[in-house]
Structure formats: structure tokens, C-alpha cells
Design a protein around this ligand. Structure first.
Ligand code: PLP
Length: 380
């Protein structure tokens, strides 16, 4: 099978698996224990924090390990909302956020907060001017994702963050889960206060993520208990996963800018190959997107039918984002860019990763052409 579903999750790198296995068998102490096994585990934890901080260009004390992107988003948004509700109860976000932000905002609305969900243009991009217009005296948080998980569109988070610097009491959260290792983002220069990451999107293990929290910023912890992670996230640290995450960061560092450029070339090859196919509409814009995501629709053909037809030919892709792909509704993200229900109900996401090759992309184009031709012939 050829795996083109890297935005849903990536295959853990063999070196990540090796590191985790070693951490599990050798460093099984609890980092909070005072004996040598505890100290050993604590050293691994500190090293991992330093590796993550080095990659992100921040201080180790600004890195907090969580169970993944969903938890980091919840911790950031609810943490700010509950801590600063005395100042105001207004939050600004977008219509195209991942459910781990969008549904958190919906939940907060049911608790008395007010949320502005900003629209996006036909390319799936929010405008800085709209953020500016939405600001109110009671705004406490702006949350905008870095790279959209369905379309790949890059959001102007650097510009938004720079503009927000003049409102030090309005905090800025970025869900950077899809951009890491693919699209550079300067956390400090962009005035980002909180940022979410997830290791399984860059060949690390599942169930481990990072919440970056600017030094000195206080938020209400989601999980209280033993006071691990400086009280921001209690619970015995998942050391093997943390070691695996650090390894995944090291591998990203080693691959440098070459890997995003390679992915970009594959994506261009894919676009050139699929665009001329009759009946296909490419929803991902040609510019200003991450190098690994391509969204397309075959209006009139149900996305699920196309997905299984591609699977029969050996290719694994997604309809919408993996977590909402079982819900039988048109994609909220595609509806937001105004493509209409038919297109939004027939969209596929092809997402590339470090294991994919030009040869696989070529094979995919041939298979897609064949699938679309066959399925459209049934419609006639
Ligand atoms: C943009 C975005 N945010 C958050 C998440 C959730 O991350 P996790 O699966 O680690 O909870 C995902 C995963 O698909 C995502 O794409």
C-alpha cells in the first residue's frame, strides 16, 4: 500500500521506535523519584525538553509535555479563558480551525464566553484586517491555526501576532500541529504566547505533544494533581514517548530545509498530474500553502466511494480530516471557502510525508485518472 495520509498521522521513524524501546526498557524510573533510576529518567526528560526548545527557538522552561495536539489546544484556550475571564469573555478564532480548537470554543460559548469565528477567503485564508475589526475591549484571546489541516493553506499568523503585540493583555494562541517541520514559524518574533504541537504528525509517537507557553504567562491548568510540568500539566510524564518526540525533533533538524523542498516538488508534480483530469477540481490554492497537503473534489462522486476505489488500487488517502471523516457531513472547511455542498461532500485530502517518492506520485496520478473515469461513467 502507498500511504498518502500523512496529515492524519505519519509512520513513526524506525529510530524513534528504537529510542522509545530503549527508554522503556532502560529508563523506567519515575522522573520525580529521588533514587538513581528517577534521576536517570529526569535527565532524559530534561534533555528532551532542551532538544524541543532548541528546535523551536525558545527556553526549555517554556516547553510543557502533553498528550498531543488536542490536549495542548484545550490547555491553551481553556487555560486562558478560565484564568482571564475577569478581564473579558471574548475570544477570536476562525471558521476553519481543527475541531480541537473549534469545538473547544463552542464549549466555552455554552459556558458564557462569546466567540467570533472569522471567515476566510476562497483560498482558505483569514485576513489580518478581519482580526483587527473583530477586536473588542473584552477580547482576551486570539486563536489562529498555522497551516490548515484540510487545505494546507498557511495563515498569516506572523502578521497577526506582530499586530497583536500592541495589546499585551490579549493572548495569542497558534495551533501549529500541521506546520511543524514543513513551514517555518518564528515563535518569538511573531508574538505567540501559546502554541500547540503533536509528535505523530512528524514521524514521532502518538499520544505526546507540546504546549509552548511564553515565560511568565500564567494559565489555569487543565489537569491538577502531582504538579509535574511545573504545575501546568500534572501526571507522571510519558517518558518513552517524550524521548521519541525528542528523536523526531532531532531527525527534523537533520533533514533541514531539504525535506520541505522535496515535498514541494512532489506536490507540484501531483498538481500538474491531477489538474487536467476531467471532473477534478483542485481545492488547495497553488500558492501560500504547506508543501504536503493537496485537497481535491470530484463533484458528483462521493468522497468515500473514491477513497475506497483508490484503496483497491493500493493508495491510502483521507476524506476531510481523519478525526471527522466518519461524520457524514460536508467539510466545514470547504464550506467556509465557498465551494458549495456538492464539492465539499466529495473532497479528498492527499497528504505527503518523508517516505513518499516521485514514482509513487506518478502511480497515484494514473490510478486517480482511472478511478475518476470509471466512477463518472456510472453517473451517466
Ligand atoms: C491542525 C490540527 N490540530 C490539532 C490536531 C489534533 O492533534 P492530536 O491528534 O495530537 O490530538 C490535529 C490532528 O489531526 C490537527 O491537524
Amino acid at each position: 500500500m502507498i500511504y498518502f495520509d500523512n496529515s492524519a498521522t505519519t509512520r513513526p521513524h524506525p529510530q524513534v521506535i528504537e529510542t522509545m524501546s530503549k527508554a522503556m526498557s532502560s529508563y523506567y524510573g519515575n522522573p520525580s523519584s529521588l533514587h538513581r533510576k528517577g534521576v536517570e529518567a529526569e535527565n532524559i526528560l530534561n534533555q528532551a525538553r532542551a532538544v524541543a526548545a532548541g528546535y523551536l527557538g525558545c527556553k526549555p522552561g517554556e516547553i510543557f509535555f502533553t498528550s498531543g495536539g488536542t490536549e495542548s489546544n484545550n490547555a491553551a484556550i481553556k487555560g486562558v479563558a478560565f484564568q482571564y475571564q475577569g478581564r473579558g469573555k471574548h475570544i477570536i478564532t476562525t471558521q476553519i480551525e481543527h475541531p480541537a480548537v473549534y469545538d473547544v470554543c463552542k464549549q466555552l460559548e455554552s459556558m458564557g464566553f462569546t466567540v467570533t469565528y472569522l471567515p476566510v477567503d476562497h483560498e482558505g485564508r483569514v485576513s489580518v484586517a478581519d482580526v483587527q475589526k473583530a477586536m473588542r475591549p473584552d477580547t482576551i484571546l486570539v486563536s489562529v491555526m498555522h497551516v490548515n489541516n484540510e487545505l494546507g493553506t498557511i495563515q498569516p499568523v506572523e502578521e497577526i501576532g506582530k499586530w497583536l503585540k500592541q495589546f499585551p493583555k490579549v493572548l495569542f494562541h497558534v495551533d501549529a500541529v500541521q506546520g511543524i517541520g514543513k513551514v517555518p514559524l518564528r515563535i518569538k518574533e511573531s508574538g505567540i504566547d501559546l502554541l500547540s504541537l503533536s509528535a505523530h504528525k512528524f514521524h514521532g509517537p502518538r499520544g505526546i505533544g507540546i504546549l509552548y507557553k511564553r515565560e511568565g504567562l500564567i494559565i489555569q491548568p487543565l489537569l491538577t494533581g502531582g504538579g509535574q510540568e511545573a504545575g501546568v500539566r500534572s501526571g507522571t510524564e510519558n517518558l518513552p514517548a517524550i524521548a521519541g518526540l525528542a528523536k523526531a525533533f532531532r531527525l527534523l533538524q537533520e533533514s533541514g530545509a531539504d525535506e520541505p523542498s522535496r515535498l514541494q516538488r512532489l506536490l507540484e508534480q501531483l498538481r500538474e498530474g491531477v489538474s487536467p483530469i476531467e471532473g477534478i477540481q483542485v481545492n488547495t490554492p497553488a500558492k501560500g500553502t504547506a508543501p504536503h497537503i493537496m485537497n481535491l473534489s470530484v463533484p458528483g462522486v462521493k468522497a468515500e466511494v473514491l477513497l475506497h476505489s483508490l484503496e483497491e488500487r493500493g493508495f491510502l488517502v483521507s476524506t476531510k480530516s481523519a478525526c471527522s471523516s466518519k461524520a457524514n457531513e460536508p467539510s466545514r472547511v470547504l464550506m467556509a471557502i465557498g465551494v458549495g455542498t456538492e464539492c465539499a461532500s466529495s473532497s479528498l485530502r492527499i497528504s505527503l510525508g518523508r517516505d513518499n517518492t516521485a514514482d509513487e506520485v506518478e502511480q497515484f496520478i494514473v490510478a486517480l485518472r482511472d478511478c475518476v473515469k470509471t466512477l463518472r461513467s456510472y453517473m451517466k
